[in-house]
Design a protein around this ligand. Sequence first.
Ligand code: GDP
Ligand code: MG
Length: 594
Amino acid sequence: MSNIRNFCIIAHIDHGKSTLADRLLEYTGTISRREMKDQILDDMELERERGITIKAKVVRMDYTDKNGVKYILNLIDTPGHVDFTYEVSRSLAACEGAILVIDATQGVEAQTLANTMLARNAKLKIIPVINKIDLPTADANSAYEQMKEGLEVDADPILASAKEGLGIREIVDSVIANVPPAKVVKEDPLSALVFDSFYDSYRGVIVIIRVFAGKIRKGMKVKFMVSDAEYEVLEVGYIKMKMIESDELSSGEVGYVVARIKDIHNIKIGDTITESENPTRHPHKGYKEINPFVFAGLYPNMTSEYDGLKTALGKLKLSDSSLVYFPETSVALGFGFRCGFLGSLHLEIVKERLEREFGLNILVTAPNVIYKAKSKDKFVKIDNPAKFLNSSDIEEIWEPYVEATIVCPVDYLGSILDLCRKRRGKQMLMKYMNTKIVILKYHIPLAEIIIGFYDALKSASKGYASFDYVHINPQLGDLVKLEIMINAEVVDAFTVITHKDKAQSIAHYLTEKLRDIIPRHMFEVPIQAKVNNKIIARETISVVRKDVLAKCYGGDITRKRKLLEKQKEGKRKMRRFGKVDIPPEAFIAVLKID
Ligand code: GDP
Ligand code: MG
């Protein structure tokens, strides 16, 4: 029986996971309140400086209980968002228990459900905590009822306020009493699960592991079983806010490994590390190759920024093993990159980092999923709508699907069912958690949720519905390629893949929208939508009539100049396509398809 407890905290976003983690660090004396502030600041500065995430997803707390018994409590952090489900599942696989936090003012939400399910699949002992009981609107009874009905968790919850430090001792006691101690298998060959890695510019890739059998120490020659790479261990240790070197990490323990690893892509989350000379016969099960699910084109706003974008993507890739990119050219947008992401949030994160950390202005095309098409008895993967085949060349087309979990108040049920129907969702479950809250499960094409679904859900429910998803098997789809022609030429960046039944309405939407956004020219500009070489919608931008300067009557020269400058600026940002200028907003219109 060991004195090690490996556990994580699972919660819906904003229910108080980070705040509770901070309280646990303080309570166990891992860090003082003052240090906490300094430390967190340092971390952020360092992150900014190096443009990378240095936060490891684990912290070790050494704790002595009131009887003088010493424990090692390893708190393992899990990524908070749907796009990272696989990584969450690998982090959970490193644990024996989970603290399940539910906000007493919000009750059970979609991520609470999804995470509880993952924890249950990982066979973790669940310790329910109802948080924020200090708030006047807290309704612990309702949260408890939802927990029992919706999550089918029976244990008595601990009532807590992470903010005010209430219930923290009970939580630590419960972790020690209820989370199964980590098993110690010292004599077997080394078997360690890789559940996180990050890039450090001084030491290269740092790998975070949970040892399940044997031990790992400096100088050992180890092998990563899936990636089939061998390294000599330079250092091992554990993380107590900073990395602390130790002689070895043995069975049951969680910590870091430094070897001379240059490329983060050699490290696969879910891989098993073993000793080269004496390999384990029990590699960790559950390893999955994770490929990007969502693709989009990233283009510099000005061609001079192309090299900057290339360098920035290279840097981001060092710390983000799931980001892929390769050069592509678009007739409309010029030179850029096609990038693959885990999901639309991942895309948002990358876009924001490129803008904030690297000061780039980029244009992102509408994201798309990967289709698998059967053509002439061969399967091809299509990651760019512009490369989609004509219907006559396709025998079968498979599109990726997800199982979406939505939790919403009954009041908004009608509009949410509508939304899911519009997005081609098939209802799999509708369950009342109590008289006010409903759980819905849908099978929905991934393509239907990566553009605007989350916003639509929020507006259909005044912000009350929550949402999570997991990937499921692809399904056959009746899909077509919808192309937009401006002045009789196809603009590849506007091409979308859509269900046959939605093509007509999207064609109208896009042509109308583009008619309003694209400025008038000295000639008439036709905008047409076509499917399989047939025009299905058309709008026309009429010829420009008035001189803009006619608007400012007479003498005000500064006003006139301002107007001219503004016009020039507008020009610069526009994309020249043949003889037609297309403003950047036009490319965003595709993102707003409803
Ligand atoms: P996370 O997204 O689950 O990590 O949630 P955070 O820990 O970031 O908390 C979200 C917000 O809730 C923050 O503004 C916290 O200060 C607040 N919060 C967390 N726990 C409590 C609590 O027990 N009481 C109150 N009143 N606020 C809390
Ligand atoms: Mg947090």
